[in-house]
Design a protein around this ligand. Structure first.
Ligand code: CU
Length: 127
C-alpha cells in the first residue's frame, strides 16, 4: 500500500512536473513573438532617445585649460554636472561654432552649454 501510494504520488508529481514543463515550453513557444515586442520597444526607445537628445542640454561652470581652434576643440576643467552624473574633471569638448572661441581664452572661467550630439557633448554656448 505504501509503495503503491508512493508510486502514484511520484506519478502525480512527475505528471504535474511534465505539465509545468509543457506550459514552460508553451511560454517559450510564445517567445518568437517577442522580437515584435522588442522592435516596438526599440522604435519607441528611439523616439524617446531623440526626445532625450533634444532636452539633453546642460550648463556647467568650467575653466578653459586649452583651446585648439584649428581642430575646433577646447579642453575644459569643468565642475561636477549632477544631472549627467559627471564628476568634476578636465576633458576635451568639440566646439560647435568657431565664433565661440572668442569667449574661450585659456584660464578664463566660463559657463558652457553642453548639448548632446550623438554620443558626445558639444559646447554650443559660452557665457
Ligand atoms: Cu567631463
Amino acid at each position: 500500500m505504501k509503495i503503491t501510494s508512493t508510486v502514484s504520488l511520484i506519478l502525480a508529481l512527475s505528471a504535474s512536473g511534465f505539465a509545468i514543463a509543457q506550459s514552460g515550453g508553451m511560454d517559450h513557444a510564445g517567445m518568437p513573438g517577442m522580437p515584435h515586442g522588442d522592435m516596438k520597444t526599440a522604435e519607441t526607445g528611439k523616439n524617446m532617445h531623440d526626445d532625450v537628445q533634444k532636452v539633453s542640454v546642460h550648463q556647467a561652470m568650467a575653466v578653459v585649460r586649452a583651446v585648439d581652434p584649428a581642430k575646433g576643440s577646447v579642453t575644459l576643467a569643468h565642475e561636477a554636472i549632477p544631472d549627467l552624473n559627471w564628476p568634476a574633471m578636465t576633458m576635451g569638448f568639440v566646439v560647435k561654432d568657431s565664433k565661440l572661441f572668442d569667449k574661450l581664452a585659456v584660464g578664463r572661467k566660463v559657463t558652457v552649454t553642453l548639448t548632446k550630439q550623438g554620443s558626445d557633448y558639444v559646447v554650443t554656448a559660452v557665457q
